[in-house]
Write a protein that binds this ligand. Structure first.
Ligand SMILES: C[C@H](NC(=O)[C@@H](N)CCCCN)C(=O)O
Length: 395
């Protein structure tokens, strides 16, 4: 069992890192928050389907067929991953970026982790503390509801807990669209954490129906996920994005793992049957609260640092089609006037010969026959590469 779960965790963890890297690469400067939020929605759809159907499937067909069902789903995931991989490679080649990305990635060393910006580390801790309050709670909440409130059987309690993920399933995409338009990632991360505080206080110390708290948590969780994860590509260089995504996932899950151990110690029972006294549940909720308070603190620090460094997180990075079109027209005019590419840069310091910053989303091919347009996106740390491979080139 442990071996199986370790294998599942390592496979699943790697898939998440690659998926995040691919999403960040192809959607940066476009609907990045929506793209990330849709991955959260589909993950939560998986949780909801699992929640509603797996037990019934098992009681009809037995554990062996249920496990084979899981295996078939993994094979489907493998096929989908292959399709994504082909699309990624073909797309990179079409943009002429494949060689440059490989070159840049080769230069990334483990020591580079220490050069990841303060922004990034504050995001890591904001994410870790937030999820420390959510995942261990969701894992134990069904038992809590049965122990604390009268009249809830196991199934009803499980449905009430499931409301956290059902809410995220529905809200993630609209929240992603909103964030793509308004930016405000740092501010929303802060408010998501702040507004999560009452959830645990209500559960621990009042008789307000638990569904209110789980729906509320579903809303703040949707905003927290949609504002934090898509912020990472905005603060780290493209070549270290895979490392940055992997690291944040590891720190997050180490935090959640440790919290699960602490919660286990607080609740003090291994038996699923015995009723756990309310004071123990209250201690657990206070522990969840402490994590969310830490999350509020790190998100405040995140916003302060972000403001000092130009406000990248709270700005919108999505370009309207008009903005993209006017940039193309501007470049066309300059091309006709035989003005070289580099003076197009908005920021003079970005125009150093060794460091040209590009997003694939702003590299438009075929807008004029045989011509590849390279459009600079200001403040975009996505890719540092040799300008000769990217300047306007005839194809
Ligand atoms: C987007 C976020 N993803 C994660 O937290 C993953 N690192 C781990 C998911 C594990 C779920 N059992 C999320 O799902 O909110």
């Amino acid at each position: 069992m442990l071996t199986g779960r370790l294998l599942l965790g390592s496979g699943n963890g790697s898939v998440i890192i690659v998926r995040n890297r691919v999403t960040a690469f192809w959607f940066k400067g476009k609907e990045l928050a929506l793209a990330f939020s849709l991955t959260v929605s589909f993950a939560r759809l998986g949780s909801a389907l699992n929640f509603f159907f797996t037990q019934q499937f098992e009681s009809h067909y037995g554990i062996q067929w249920t496990l084979w069902g899981g295996t078939i789903l993994c094979v489907l995931g493998l096929l989908a991953a292959n399709v994504v991989s082909v699309l990624d490679v073909v797309g990179m080649k079409q943009l002429g970026l494949d060689g440059a990305i490989k070159e840049e990635s080769k230069k990334v060393r483990v020591q580079d982790v220490q050069h990841l910006p303060l922004h990034y580390w504050l995001l890591v801790f904001t994410v870790m503390f937030f999820y420390n309050g959510v995942f261990p709670f969701v894992a134990n909440a069904s038992k809590f509801i049965q122990d604390k409130y009268d009249g809830f059987d196991q199934k009803t309690a499980a449905y009430i807990v499931g409301a956290v993920y059902d809410c995220a399933l529905v809200l993630s995409a609209p929240v992603g669209i909103l964030i793509d338009y308004i930016g405000m990632r740092g501010v929303l991360a802060f408010f998501s954490a702040l507004l999560t505080l009452p959830v645990f206080a209500l559960l621990a110390f009042t008789d307000v129906p638990p569904l209110v708290s789980t729906l509320w948590l579903g809303v703040t969780y949707s905003f927290a996920a949609a504002s934090t994860w898509p912020s990472i590509p905005l603060v780290v260089p493209q070549a270290t994005l895979g490392t940055a995504m992997g690291l944040i996932g590891s720190v997050q899950m180490i935090g959640v793992g440790l919290c699960n151990l602490i919660v286990g110690t607080i609740l003090g029972t291994k038996s699923g049957e015995a009723k756990i006294p309310l004071w123990r549940w209250q201690q657990m909720m206070i522990f969840m609260l402490a994590n969310i308070i830490a999350c509020v603190a790190t998100s405040v620090a995140l916003n302060i640092v972000d403001k000092k460094q130009g406000g990248t997180l709270n700005r919108t990075h999505k370009r309207s089609p008009e903005a993209q079109r006017s940039q193309i027209l501007k470049e066309d005019d300059q091309k006709q006037a035989q003005i070289p590419l580099l003076p197009l840069m908005d920021k003079p310091q970005m125009a150093e010969p060794q460091s040209l910053t590009l997003s694939p989303c702003l590299l438009l091919t075929n807008s004029a026959p045989g011509t590849q347009h390279v459009i600079h996106q200001p403040d975009d740390p996505i890719l540092s590469c040799n300008p000769t491979s990217f300047s306007r080139s005839s194809t």
